[in-house]
Write a new protein. Structure first.
Length: 355
C-alpha cells in the first residue's frame, strides 16, 4: 500500500515533502485553496527541486481558479522539473470555493476542463471556448525544452456522489476520497467499483486513494488533547463549517450529522449566525479550514466529534484501520500534515512502516 501526505499548501511545503520522501512516502498532494493557503504550483515547483522520487500532485485543483491552458502549462512546467512524477488531481471545488461563498462547479464544466488540459498535455491540438468563442489551441514549441509533454501526467478525480464517480470511471481516472471513518470509506469504494464496472472497466485497474486527518495518540492520551486538537480538530471542524454553509447559504451538506453530535453542530450554527460581515459570513466560517480550530468553534470540537470524523487513535488501532482500507481495495492512504504540526509525519511514518 502506498502512503502519501497532503498539505495545506505553504510556499516552503518542500520541507515536509522532503521529509516525507526520506520516510518512504510515495505521494505529496497540495491543496488549491487560494484564500486560505499558498499557491499550489509555486509550492510544487519548490518541492520538485528539493526531491527526486516522491510524486507531486494537486489535491485537488479547482477548475474555476485558472483557465485550462494555464493549468496545462503549469503541469507541463512541473513535469520538466520532476519528469514523470506529476499528478493532476481535480475536483468541483469545496474548500477553495466555499471560502469565497460559492458552491461547486458543474460536473460538465469539470469534464470539459479535464478534456482540454489532458489533450494539451498529450501535445494535441484541441478546441476550447474562450470569451464566448471557440478556438483551436496547442503548445506551440514544446520541443525546445521549456516544458515537458513527453512524460505522462496522471489524472485523479475527487468524487463523492454517483455522478462524480461515474465521471471518474468514464475517464479511467484515479479516484480520490476524503474519509473520516473506515465504514463510510469502504461504502464509498463499493460505490466507486460499481461505477467502474458500469463503465466497462476492470476493477483491478481502479486506483483508490483515501485522504484523512488524524492524530497518532500516545497510550492513554485523550482524543481532545492539545496535540489531537491541533492535528485532527481541523477535520472535525469541517462538519461544523458544512452545517453553517447549509443553514446560512443553503449550500449542499454531504455529511449529515448523527444524533449524538447534533448538539455541538447546532451550537456552532447558532454562533455562526452572528458572524460578520452579515452579508459574507463564510469569511469567518471558513477561516482556518483544515488548518486550525478557531477560538469560537473550539468548544464544539469535542473528543466524540474528533473520534467520529478523523483517524485519531493509538498506534495499534490506526494500523488496524489502515489495514481494513487496504483489504477493501484502497491502494493509497494519505494523511494531511497540519501547519505547525510537521513533526506528526514521523508518527505516521511508524504507521507506514507496518505496510
Amino acid at each position: 500500500m502506498d502512503f502519501g501526505i497532503a498539505v495545506a499548501t505553504a510556499a516552503d511545503s518542500w520541507k515536509v515533502v522532503q521529509r516525507a520522501e526520506e520516510l518512504g512516502f510515495t505521494h505529496a498532494w497540495f491543496y488549491d485553496t487560494q484564500m486560505l493557503s499558498a499557491d499550489c504550483f509555486v509550492a510544487m515547483g519548490a518541492a520538485a527541486m528539493k526531491t527526486s522520487r516522491i510524486r507531486l500532485g494537486t489535491g485537488v485543483l479547482i477548475p474555476s481558479n485558472r483557465i485550462a491552458p494555464v493549468a496545462a502549462n503549469a503541469f507541463a512546467s512541473l513535469n520538466q522539473l520532476a519528469p514523470g512524477r506529476i499528478d493532476f488531481g481535480v475536483g468541483t471545488g469545496f474548500t477553495g470555493r466555499r471560502a469565497m461563498g460559492l458552491g461547486a462547479i458543474k460536473l460538465a464544466e469539470m469534464e470539459e476542463y479535464i478534456r482540454v488540459v489532458m489533450a494539451l498535455l498529450r501535445d494535441e491540438t484541441v478546441e476550447a471556448a474562450f470569451e464566448g468563442q471557440r478556438r483551436k489551441i496547442r503548445f506551440l514549441n514544446p520541443e525546445i525544452g521549456l516544458i515537458n509533454t513527453r512524460d505522462p501526467v496522471a489524472l485523479h478525480v475527487s468524487a463523492y456522489g454517483p455522478k462524480g464517480r461515474a465521471l471518474a470511471a468514464k475517464l479511467g481516472a484515479g479516484w480520490l476520497n476524503f474519509i473520516g471513518d473506515v465504514d463510510t470509506a469502504i461504502t464509498g469504494l463499493e460505490g466507486m467499483r460499481q461505477s467502474w464496472t458500469a463503465a466497462g472497466r476492470d476493477t483491478g485497474d481502479l486506483s483508490a486513494t483515501a485522504f484523512a486527518l488524524g492524530c497518532v495518540l500516545k497510550d492513554g492520551e485523550p482524543a481532545d488533547s492539545e496535540r489531537a486538537m491541533a492535528q485532527a480538530g481541523p477535520r472535525a471542524a469541517v462538519i461544523l463549517h458544512r452545517a453553517a454553509d447549509e443553514a446560512l447559504a443553503g449550500l449542499p451538506n454531504s455529511t449529515p450529522v448523527s444524533g449524538e453530535l447534533a448538539e455541538a453542530v447546532d451550537g456552532y450554527v447558532k454562533v455562526a449566525r452572528g458572524f460578520e460581515p452579515t452579508d459574507a459570513p463564510y469569511l469567518q466560517n471558513h477561516r482556518g479550514h483544515l488548518m486550525f480550530v478557531k477560538p469560537e468553534e473550539r468548544r464544539f470540537v469535542t473528543a466524540d466529534l474528533i473520534r467520529s470524523t478523523s483517524f485519531t487513535a493509538e498506534e495499534g488501532a490506526l494500523k488496524q484501520r489502515v489495514e481494513a482500507l487496504r483489504a477493501a481495495g484502497y491502494g493509497q492512504f494519505t494523511i494531511q500534515i497540519v501547519p505547525g504540526q510537521e513533526d506528526a509525519i514521523d508518527d505516521w511514518g511508524r504507521i507506514k512502516r507496518a505496510f
